[in-house]
Design a protein around this ligand. Structure first.
Ligand SMILES: Cc1ncc(C[n+]2csc(CCOP(=O)(O)OP(=O)(O)O)c2C)c(N)n1
Ligand SMILES: [Mg+2]
Length: 577
């Protein structure tokens, strides 16, 4: 039998290193999925919601570096892919989406389920193609793969069922993915940077995801310059561990000494970061240099004194032998001492956790971090889970941390963890979920984990509210509204569905409950942790408007008769508010 277009599609995707395709089948995709079955080298992961499949694919693609395929069929199925593809774009994950399309004979006739892929995917996709003629196949598939892998993001191939099933022309299916080039600034520009560093009395470093490769070089540079190292959320897992100069994070969920270190240095080196919260970066009193391999990132968050284009590993390697070693360690010691004192403050709810009821999320997260294996992979939902992950889950050399860091969608953690559990069998994959996030997307596809007996540990912060928004509303001076909801007992729901369920209501049971969850290898676990709905986490630096907003909100709440709530909120956060 001769090959059809769908056969060629899978043949090329398999050659690109694709191991899995996540999605839901249906009309236009039927010949595509039939060819996948014939191909036999790529696993089809049938999910219950297309968006769940994309979040799983994003985590797999981000960590393995291999492209991952997702699919949804014409119209509504395709639409369900979108939020995940935006996440792939922002998290820079190589995803190839196969979007079912209506039959080629009725394109552009407003047919049932017809959707214009060019318009629809415009905001998310780096490259969108509509395969309407088998002769396009090789060039389109080649471009979709290369764009996804080399530009690190999502691409889309829309394909009508009749074209997928059509005979493929006799075209070669081999292609080459070039290895990434070494990119560093010119010697003249590097020379300018060396002068700035040598002339500065004190230097601070602030790093992001761009330090993923080159983290050892960054730490070596920091040691040579006696520079404290702060990081964005995306940089934490690369720069926190085995780094004597680490001063933690700045920003809305910041902790430790990073804010002060960045503001008190003479010179700030921003390395591989597109940190979006400009108000947490210093003004003109600190000289600023930014190095990034993406030229579009340079200077967009703050005004710079020097901007250089280069990858962090090769640029810092070139810098290392050229800069003079600094001898005065007073600045670094002061920033480290400040960081240390913040850590002590953070320990308050961890150390007293066993006797504070309702359970403090700080204590829950810190215990999880302590019990998890050295190569565990942690995923946090957008919501307060991010705060607890940042502050209380310690990343190690072999640990990994992930979330919807730059897109900030809810409901990412459970699917992220599922994707990595498939890609890294045997490794602990732990999702710290919001109860809002879990019920938005995680609960339906718990069935997928159950069917496959995938050992994902879902720890749900059961606070019966959209707590992050609750905090946000108070910060902005509003009386909280629309943020509360009621939950079932998630452990019982999980058991009824066929998973292992563990309910933890008492702080004394936290350690035992989490240990039991982590030890369970026979399928998914849902830990329903009933946590304090009033736990607050303030950034290490609170801008004036934050303090003003809370004060205003508390005053408004008291005036509208919510005295009890305000007293609880303040009482449960002594020393923080
Ligand atoms: C898809 C989506 N909808 C809404 C939001 C806005 N949002 C951000 S965090 C959040 C609350 C999350 O609540 P939950 O999952 O219960 O976590 P919690 O903050 O309570 O720990 C909301 C509604 C979002 N980021 N993404
Ligand atoms: Mg919640």
């Amino acid at each position: 039998m001769s090959k059809n277009v769908a056969d060629v599609l899978w043949e090329m995707l398999a050659k690109a290193g694709v191991k899995r395709c996540y999605g839901i089948v249906g009309d236009a995709l039927n010949p595509v999925v039939d060819a996948l079955r014939r191909n036999g080298t790529i696993e089809f992961v049938a999910v219950r919601h297309e968006e769940y499949g994309v979040f799983a694919a994003v985590a797999e693609a981000y960590f393995t570096g291999n492209p991952v395929v997702v699919c949804g069929t014409s119209g509504p199925g395709v639409v369900h892919l979108f939020n995940g593809l935006m996440d792939a774009r922002k998290e820079r994950a190589p995803i190839i989406a196969i979007a079912g399309d209506v039959e080629s004979s009725i394109l552009d006739t407003s047919a049932l389920e017809e959707l214009n892929p060019y318009k629809f995917f415009d905001a998310a996709s780096l490259y969108t193609a509509r395969l309407v003629n088998p002769e396009q196949a090789r060039a389109v598939i080649n471009t979709a793969i290369l764009t996804a892998v080399l530009e690190k993001g999502p691409t889309v191939i829309a394909i009508p069922g009749d074209i997928a099933a059509a005979d493929a022309p006799d075209q070669p299916t081999d292609f080459t993915i070039a290895a990434p080039a070494i990119l560093r600034p010119s010697d003249t520009d590097l020379g300018k940077l060396v002068t700035m560093i040598d002339e500065a009395k004190t230097v601070a470093i602030f790093g992001g995801d761009g330090c993923r490769e080159g983290r050892d070089e960054v730490v070596e540079l920091a040691c040579k310059l006696k520079a404290p190292v702060g990081y964005a959320f995306r940089g934490k897992q690369w720069l926190e561990h085995d780094n004597p100069n680490a001063v933690d994070m700045t920003g809305l969920i910041g902790y430790g000494g990073a804010y002060n270190a960045l503001h008190e240095a003479d010179l700030l080196l921003m390395l591989g970061t597109d940190f979006p919260f400009s108000e947490f970066l210093p003004g003109p009193s600190v000289k600023k240099v930014q190095i990034d391999k993406n030229p579009k990132h340079i200077g967009r968050r703050t005004a710079l004194d020097l901007g250089l284009v280069g990858d962090i590993k090769s640029t810092v390697s070139a810098l290392l032998p050229a800069v003079c070693e600094k001898t005065d360690g007073e600045f670094l010691a002061r920033q480290l001492a400040h960081t240390e004192s913040f850590h002590k403050q953070l320990q308050h709810y961890v150390e007293n956790g066993p006797v504070i009821k309702p359970i403090r999320p700080e204590f829950l997260a810190a215990t999880l971090s302590e019990l998890a294996s050295d190569d565990a992979m942690f995923f946090a939902d957008t919501g307060t889970a991010c705060i607890w992950l940042a502050r209380h889950i310690f990343g190690g050399k072999n640990r990994r941390l992930f979330g919807s860091f730059s897109w900030a969608s809810m409901a990412n953690a459970a699917p992220n963890a599922f994707g990595c559990a498939l890609a890294y069998p045997g490794r602990q994959c732990i999702a710290l979920c919001g109860d809002g996030g879990f019920t938005m997307l995680g609960m339906g596809d718990l069935l997928t984990q159950i069917e496959r007996r995938t050992p994902v540990v879902q720890v749900i912060l059961n606070n019966e509210k959209y707590d992050f928004v609750h905090i946000e509303q108070q910060e902005a001076g509003f009386i909280p509204s629309g943020v509360e909801f009621k939950n079932p007992n998630f452990a019982k729901v999980a058991e009824a569905m066929g998973a292992k369920g563990i309910r933890i209501e008492d702080p004394q049971d936290v350690r035992e409950g989490l240990a039991e969850a982590l030890a369970y290898k026979d399928g998914p676990v849902v830990v329903d942790a009933v946590v304090d709905p009033f736990a607050l986490a303030m950034p290490s630096h609170s801008p004036f408007h934050t303090v003003k907003g809370f004060t205003l909100s508390f005053a408004k709440q008291v005036l509208s008769g919510r005295v009890d709530t305000v007293i609880k909120e303040i009482g449960r956060n002594v020393g923080i508010v």
